[in-house]
Design a protein around this ligand. Sequence first.
Ligand code: SF4
Length: 720
Amino acid sequence: MRRGAVYSSAMSGRTDSARAITVTVTFFADLRRFLPRGADGPQRYTLSGNATIADLLAVVGIKPDADVTAAVDGDLADRETALHDGADVMLLSPMEGGAAAAGEATLSTEGGGDAMERFGYWNKILHVNLTDRSTRIEEPGDAFFRRYAGGRGLIAHYLLKYVPKGADPLGPDNILVIAPGVITGAPVPGAGRHSVGAKSPLTGGFGESESGGYWGAELKRAGWDAIVFHGVSPTPVYLWINEGQVEFRDASRLWGKITGEVEELILAELGDKLIRIAQIGPAGENLVRYACIANELNEVAGRTGMGAVMGSKRLKAIAVRGKTPVKIADQRGLLAMAKWVSGTMDEKHRAFHEFGTGAAMQGKSLEGGMPVLNYRLGAADTIGKVDAIAVRDEVRVRMGACYACSVRCKKVVHIEEREEAARAAAENIYKGRAKVAFDPLGRYSVDPRYGGPEYESLAALGVNLGLDDLIAICKSNEMCNYLAMDTVSLGCTLAWAMECFEKGILTLEDTGGVPLRFHDADGVIKLVEMIAYRRGIGDLLAEGSQRAAQRLGRGSEAFLTTVKGMEMAMHDPRHMPVMRASYLLAPTGGDHMRQTSNRNGLRNQIGLCHFLAYEDDQSLQILKTVTGWDITPEEMVTTAHRGLTLARLFNLREGMSRADDRLPARFSDPLPKHAGLTREQQDKIVTDYYVEQGWDANTGVPTAETIRALELEADAVHAR
Ligand code: SF4
């Protein structure tokens, strides 16, 4: 473990004669801004012998009344708690992940007697009818949460129950479910996830996407386990959830605005800058089939078009404020897990902390597995100009974090159009601690509120389009965040269109005179906007590549990189065997998150980030310490299995079959360094997985025994 320098301080108002003590302090999430400059990891402070937490905060520079939770040796501590030599102190901000501090209230649940036994979740699901603007609270009980946990399990349960077979994904019968997990909001790194689900307008099947940041944790802290939106609002609306209070608010003046403007307007209207907002952008309003839902401007539930569903409901935003800490069954055990993450930063998360995603792009290119020019080449000479190392060196001003996470893997990019503006920003905003980039061509600025490009965006909006212009890539990534569109589906749709254009299948006549060329960075910027507003050729491309190919015909289907209608992420299955099952069998289509595995399937449902290096037994430990459930590894696997089986039932009901568990033709072609994937190879992976899941080996229909074993009989009734 890396240790920082020793810092000494005289304690005001304390007895100087007391023997000095040394304590070790770990800072979590945004409290890391109090770290001494250049320092990282746990820090040691020397204090007077009778120092308390309040004294320590004063030394660190945190105001005594700040909303900060402290723990000493794993136990919660208040301001007057005395410190001792060798004490291990953790400082967490409740807003960013703090545990219940002594004296803080917790939400009481109806039913009284068993409320004290319930941890991690509140047993409160909010149903919102947008058509008549009514709400109701469902209290489904403890068995429900143990069965579905959250995320995919809960979403699939409600989709089967409420969405009629064959419903239009953009019509009033679809629902939109926002589902954190049972650990979301607990003060442990990675517990800031929530999922969004609906019938997908992109695939016509099970739609779902995860997001990080703070919004999901804020919803839990407001006392809600999930929200289910029904119907369609007659006029634009946003929902304001202030703890237990739920209010519909007019969003007419927000409609048409980009996400940053909407956030400013809502925060001003509600008068509390700590409110967290999830929202759609113009792309969602215009029903772009891969529109996303953004929270805190830089986190997105990106995949499967959830923003279009929200737009179809005329729901512009969901603003949430929650001040009630999630109740934890075993605070001490959970804090130990949090400490494990910060204490093993060097061994487990250092590279991720330094670069986030995308540091290995050069290696991937050398191995011939990088998606380049619509997945045709596997390598690009210019890769070093656009990878995460280049991002750090050229355009990054800092790393950001999600709720409660000490890993801080999120890139934040700031670019100004002009050198003088960049210099002024470096001085005024960052006080000389960061260099602000400028565009030597004077074209683009990039607002740091929108974060920075992750690997998927660097690849989908960059190398797969033949681009090595890092500033333009950061700009299109920023635009995707303020217009709220999925960078992967957008990038792949453009790559498909560019290949069609290259081969003369799409012509200037088709595109209204707009060239669709690889290597054209400025052209991509224009197209991003045209798609979000469905202008000209943007209207066709807003449908996603598969629908566009069906409309265009002329053999353009040969260049698709979609599975079940969703564009594949930036991990070539010819190069990465581990991705093959994910793409073939993920219920959402071309998904690279390996949701088909028990590990990731479970994390999705409980609300735990996939990037944390927890072993499975540690994930189980987190689940136990938060909920108090006496859960076994087998039950954990069953929970993941249940979620995937429910999603499978939904897809089958909506007309999908084994024929949809197949990679597009492009991946039968070889890459220079990797063979293409044969039909037989794919069939074997699919059959093996069906058998492993207890689904029929030929059709992939879950067997009656599996339905019984997973206790899904009631859900299966809705699957017919
Ligand atoms: S590892 Fe990164 S993505 Fe995951 S919770 Fe931490 S900061 Fe967020």
